[in-house]
Design a protein around this ligand. Structure first.
Ligand code: C2E
Ligand code: CA
Ligand code: CA
Ligand code: CA
Length: 279
């Protein structure tokens, strides 16, 4: 199964689903963490293969639970989605990251793009686009430094809402990326229906690219299609030099993965950028 969704469900069920009271406590704690602004964000740089420069950062939500330690987003994001909390998380993540990156003077020059994960419910309510406009209001310059990553599944769950919000945001320059590309059911329809500039090749395709000829052909096909449609491509989950070399040979321009950098705090990102610039 290529779908990360099924993995997520499995993790969720085995660790929390069977224990309803633990789940209820977790939901209670998550609400408190959101209300008290106890979530945080991590930044994972993305790189251009040809010159190894940073092309952007993906912002990832983090929840450090006082007793349980780090709760992975694959656990608390679905919980938030199920209980109407995701918009609050999105707003927090966007405002925090924009504020931190601007304050640290990283956005625009050192880091030309910042990408946020968004969910179907982010496009549900009537003030969908106002929320995004508010979250981005602190940006001192043009908004094409901002990118929203949405999955095929979440895009199609609420297509009208997504279209409405994106038509407003696209006019302001905001970019759109199709996340986990290839793992949904209607990747091609989504491309036809929405203003998309980027595809992220899911890590499940990248993982075995060197040893699995079928996966390698699929990746080449995605790259060829993206080129024909003038879409930028970021390959996710790149962990080895072999994968990187293969992707570069196949014409992939951008990569993200542990081989280059793990998700990190703002402080770590500042040092990382400094080291890269002085290398
Ligand atoms: P995603 O959007 O596909 O994000 C990429 C995930 O892959 C991140 O996991 C990242 O840490 C991980 N990753 C990056 N490079 C590598 C690699 O080389 N190898 C491997 N094995 N993994 C790598 P993370 O941070 O645990 O996030 C998991 C998922 O949770 C994300 O998947 C995204 O769907 C969701 N998520 C995270 N933050 C947010 C958020 O603020 N809002 C929403 N709606 N969803 C979020
Ligand atoms: Ca993503
Ligand atoms: Ca992804
Ligand atoms: Ca994913």
């Amino acid at each position: 199964a290529k779908s990360l969704g099924s993995n997520r469900l499995r993790v969720y069920k085995s660790e929390y689903g069977e224990n309803a009271s633990k789940r209820t406590k977790m939901l209670f704690d998550l609400k408190a963490a959101i209300a008290n602004k106890k979530l945080s964000v991590a930044y994972q740089p993305q790189f251009r293969l040809h010159d190894q420069q940073i092309s952007g950062v993906e912002v990832l939500a983090r929840w450090h639970h006082p007793e349980e330690g780090m709760i992975p987003p694959d656990v608390f994001i679905p919980l938030a989605e199920q209980h109407g909390l995701i918009c609050d998380i999105t707003d927090f993540v966007m405002q925090t990251a924009i504020h931190e990156l601007i304050e640290a003077d990283l956005l625009y020059q050192s880091i030309p793009r910042v990408s946020f994960n968004v969910s179907a419910a982010d496009f549900n309510n009537s003030q969908g686009s106002e929320r995004f406009l508010h979250n981005l209001a602190e940006l001192p310059g043009h908004w094409s430094v901002v990118e929203l990553e949405l999955t095929e599944t979440s895009a199609l769950l609420n297509l009208e809402g997504v279209k409405n919000v994106l038509s407003v945001l696209s006019q302001r320059g905001v970019q759109v990326s199709l996340d986990d590309f290839g793992t949904g059911y209607s990747s091609l329809s989504t491309l036809r229906l929405l203003p998309i500039q980027e595809l992220k090749i899911d890590q499940s395709f990248v993982r075995d690219i060197v040893k699995n000829a079928q996966d390698a052909r699929l990746v080449k096909t995605i790259l060829a299609m993206a080129q024909a449609l003038h879409l930028r491509v970021v390959a996710e989950g790149v962990e080895s030099q072999q994968q990187a070399r293969y992707l570069e040979k196949a014409g992939c321009e951008e990569v993200q993965g542990y081989l280059y950098a793990k998700p990190m705090s703002l402080n770590a990102l500042q040092s990382f950028v400094k080291n890269l610039n002085s290398a």
